[in-house]
Design a protein around this ligand. Sequence first.
Ligand SMILES: Nc1ncnc2c1ncn2[C@@H]1O[C@H](COP(=O)(O)OP(=O)(O)OP(=O)(O)O)[C@@H](O)[C@H]1O
Ligand SMILES: [Mg+2]
Length: 487
Amino acid sequence: MDVALDRIGKSYGGTAVLREVTLDLPGGRVHGVVGENGAGKSTLARVLCGAVRPDSGRVTVDGAPVRLRAPRDALRHGIALVTQEGAIVPGLSVLDNVFLGTPHATRRRERFAALLDRTGFDLPAAARAGDLPLVQRQRTEILRALAHGARLLVLDEPTALLPRTDAALLLALARRLAADGTGIVLISHRLEEVLDGCDTVTVLRDGRHVSTAPAADRTAGGLLEEIAGRPVETRYPEPEPVPAGSPVLLEARELSRGDAVRGVSLRVRAGEIVGLAGLVGSGRTETLRLLFGADRRDSGEVRVAGRPLRARGGPAAAIALGMALVPESRAEHGLVLVRPTTENLRMTALPGRRPLRVVRRGAERRAAQATADGLGVRGTGLDRPAWTLSGGNQQRAVFGKWLVRRPRVLLADEPTRGVDVAAKAQIHRLVTDLAARGTAVLVASSEVEEVLGLAHRVLVMRGGAIAGECPRGAARAGDVLALAGLR
Ligand SMILES: Nc1ncnc2c1ncn2[C@@H]1O[C@H](COP(=O)(O)OP(=O)(O)OP(=O)(O)O)[C@@H](O)[C@H]1O
Ligand SMILES: [Mg+2]
C-alpha cells in the first residue's frame, strides 16, 4: 500500500506549521522523519492518522484521495499512529486493548498468539495494561495497530523513552514489518538510529519539506545541518572547575525507600555537576524523587545548604529551601498543560509571595517571554495552553519554569529527552551556566555519554544503591556500564 501526502498545509491561529508538504510513503519501507522541535513532525503524523485535519492538500492511498476525518477513518484505510504518550486503556487487559474496536471479536486468543509470533513480542494477555512498564504498553499499542490490519504504521518518537536494547528491538521489528510490505514512518531525534534503521530519511524544517533521500546517502553531520539550516555546535561545554572550598549544598545520608533506593549517600557542592547513571530501574529517578520529597523516604537524611529537609515536608519544603526538580515525565509533573505557557513559565517564580492577581501582568508577561526566548521555546503563541507546544518545546518550558528561580540545588531527570540535537546542546549549556553561577546540580540520564560529557563526576547506580563513581570524560563509558552491571 502506498500512501502519499500532497501539498498538505496546516496553520494554527495564523501561524503555518505545515507548508505544502508533499511526501511519498510507499509500503515495504522504513521512512525516517527528522526535524527540530516544532518543525511539524507530530502534526504531520496526526494528519496521516486522521487526528488533525489539514487546511489544504490531500492524503492519497494507492493514488486515490481519502477523507480522514478521525483516526478510525485512517484505520479503515490501514493507517495507524503509535505515539510516545501512548493511547492504551489502562484499566483493560492487554488482550482487550489489542482487540479494542476490531470488528471481529472471535478467536482472539489465537489471533493474539499469531500477533506475538509475527512481532516476536512477549506480552501477558491477561495483565492489566496500565500496570505494565512503558515498553510493554508500547508493544500493546503496536499489536493493536496490527490487529486492525494496519499497513502504514506511524511511530512518533517511539524510542525516546526506551533504553537502548529495547530501542534496537523496536527498530528490528520495524525492519521485519517492512520486509512483509508494511510501510513504517519513524519520527526520531536520534540521528544514528534513523540512519541505521531507515531506508529513506525526510527532513522537515519550519513546516517545510526540505529533502527526502536514501539513508545510505546521508551522514549525521549533513542531516544536522539540514535540520537546523545552519552549522550546529554539538560538543559538550566544558564545566568550570568547582572552586576549592565550595560549600556542600546537597547532602544525602543513607537514603532508603523499600527496594528501590537502598542506603544512598551523596554530596554535591555549589558549582558542581554530578551525574547519576545506571540502567532503567536502577533507582536514579527514585533517588531524585526522594531527595525532592516527591516520595516519602523510609529512612535517611537530606540536607540543603546544611539545613535538614523534613521527611514529611514534601516538595513544598524542598522548594522552600531552594531545590528544583525537572522531572522525567513533563506532562505528568512538569507542566500544567491546560494553562497558558506564559503562566507555566512564571508559576514557580512567585512561591506564595504575592497573590497572582496583584502582580503586574505586563511585567510578568515580559519576564516569561524573556525566559522563553532564552530557552528557545517556540510555538504558535505563548498565551496558548502549554499542550499546544511540540514535545521538545514542552521539555524546554519545564526547564524554564525552574530556571527563573535560579535554584540552589537543581535535580534533573533525563533533561534532554525528546529535544532536538541543537536544543540538547542548549540545555547542556544552561546546566553548565547554572553551575558556574553556584547551583549544585544532580542530573540523571540513561545516556551514558550525556552524563559523562556534562558532569564533573558520575555516580553509577545499580539495584537501588550507588555501585561506584567515575570522573568525567568519554573514555569512561565502559567503566560506567561495567559498574551499572551491563558488561
Ligand atoms: N493544537 C495546536 N494549537 C496550536 N499550535 C499547535 C497545535 N498543535 C501543534 N501546534 C504547533 O505546531 C508546531 C509544530 O508542532 P509539532 O508537534 O508538529 O512539532 P514536532 O516537529 O513534532 O516537534 P517535537 O520534536 O518537539 O516533537 C509547534 O509550533 C506547535 O506549538
Ligand atoms: Mg513531536
